[in-house]
Design a binder for this molecule. Structure first.
Ligand SMILES: [Zn+2]
Length: 418
């Protein structure tokens, strides 16, 4: 798919377009509502670190704002190509030169990038993405989302398209925001199903039983395996792909026995290769070390490839939702994890198209009342609308959980009095 390359933005173009985008479309109020967490802690917004990337890769860290107004003024003055969100700090990050700036809280974040799948995808490479390879992201999102909800009881999870070829996940539950680095590390390691041995990363399933979370992940992987690996990507069609398959087999004898038969299969035929492996495992079903070989291979190819360095520490910055990717012009839109398989990275709203929609709206709706109400309405008339609704829905749940927490507290206080 050449779709990513079709649209190019010069720095000047981008600057001019972003000026309108931030004024008319960027959901600043919702963004502020998110990062104030219903004002549960007074300094939560003021002590948050932001960073802006400007033209010519000028990168400004340690920005912080007292309120929405101050944030907006700086946004309109700088029109950043990228906004990153960092941690909430002990002091205002803008005062970092005069005080000790340390993270006190930060959403637990995950970053999954398609480039980490380059050894198993054949449809595209590098920065490109199509609907076929997006399925790798669908699996990653579904496995992580289920594990975060079921194993950790997290509820407030925001999923965002990264603007080019990956996805970001923001876990916003209070408990997640207050994890120390040690516990962040532990959660990230738990969710990273891969182990590294002799430079090969694989999913290892030793012992007689599969852990519940591994079984759950495998159910998702299994549902997609034939479609992705044998059809879409035809992974074992090339001798290179077959070599990678053999590398995933830990037992040397098995590897050697299978090597001969799979290397002689006609090129381009993944299905026969996979049938040979499956038949071999069934014929040797009593051999303990082969018990989960099929599952190990399937999961090693399709399980989420996390960039865990992003998740391990609280002060890692991550691109904000609703940024515009400066190369693709695509908006980093939130998406609903339960509908991730329907998300299409090739048709997400693009800056140029959005501004055409803004123009059309202005021409059509001149009777639309005051300038202010017209501006407030703009996003509703563009392709942004759906993703803003998803973000609003996430916020509504987040805010109602704060309200409920308040009610619970009042009830328990009332009880204390009797
Ligand atoms: Zn692709």
């Amino acid at each position: 798919m050449v779709e990513n390359k079709a649209e190019e933005y010069s720095q000047q173009d981008l600057q001019d377009m972003l000026k309108i985008y931030y004024k008319r479309l960027f959901p600043r109020n919702s963004f502020f509502r998110w990062l104030t967490y219903s004002h549960t802690e007074p300094s939560i917004f003021q002590n948050r670190e932001f960073s802006f990337t400007l033209a010519d890769e000028v990168y400004i860290r340690y920005l912080s704002y007292e309120n929405l107004n101050e944030f907006e003024n700086d946004l309109f003055a700088k029109n950043p190509f990228k906004i990153d969100i960092g941690a909430v700090m002990t002091i205002r990050p803008k005062d970092h030169r005069v005080g000790n700036v340390q993270p006190t809280q930060r959403e637990l974040v995950f970053d999954i990038d398609m480039t980490d799948y380059d050894e198993v995808r054949t449809c595209c490479s590098g920065a490109d993405v199509c609907q076929k390879c997006w399925k790798f992201m669908v699996i990653a999102c579904r496995i992580l989302d289920e594990s975060l909800r079921e194993d950790f009881n997290f509820e407030h999870i925001l999923w965002v398209f990264s603007g080019r070829r990956g996805i970001h996940c923001w876990v916003c539950d209070k408990i997640a925001r207050h994890l120390d680095n040690k516990n962040r590390n532990a959660v990230a390691e738990y969710l990273n199903l891969f182990t590294s041995q002799n430079s090969t990363s694989r999913v290892s399933l030793p012992g007689d039983r599969m852990h519940h979370s591994m079984k759950r992940a495998h159910r998702i992987v299994e549902a997609y395996f034939d479609e992705i690996c044998l059809n879409d990507q035809n992974i074992f069609g090339s001798s290179e792909g077959r070599k990678k398959l053999l590398e995933l087999i830990q037992d040397e004898n098995t590897r050697k026995e299978l090597e001969k038969s799979i290397m002689s299969v006609e090129a381009g035929d993944s299905k026969t290769v996979w049938d040979i492996v499956k038949r071999y495992v069934i014929a040797n079903r009593n051999v303990k070390k082969l018990k989960f070989l099929i599952e190990e291979i399937q999961m090693s190819i399709l399980c989420p490839r996390l960039d865990i360095s992003v998740s391990k520490t609280a002060n890692h910055l991550l691109k904000a939702p609703f940024c515009v990717h400066p190369k693709t012009g695509k908006v980093c839109v939130p998406f609903n994890p339960s509908a991730v398989s329907k998300f299409d990275p090739t048709t997400v709203p693009k800056l140029r198209q959005l501004l055409i929609e803004v123009d059309q709206f202005d021409k059509k709706d001149e009777e639309n009342g005051s300038e202010k109400s017209r501006i407030a309405l703009t996003y509703r008339k563009t392709a942004m609308y759906k993703s803003v609704i998803i973000f609003e829905e996430f916020l509504r749940k987040l805010e109602s959980s704060h309200k409920n927490a308040g009610t619970k507290l009042e009830i328990s206080d009332a009880k204390m009095e009797f």
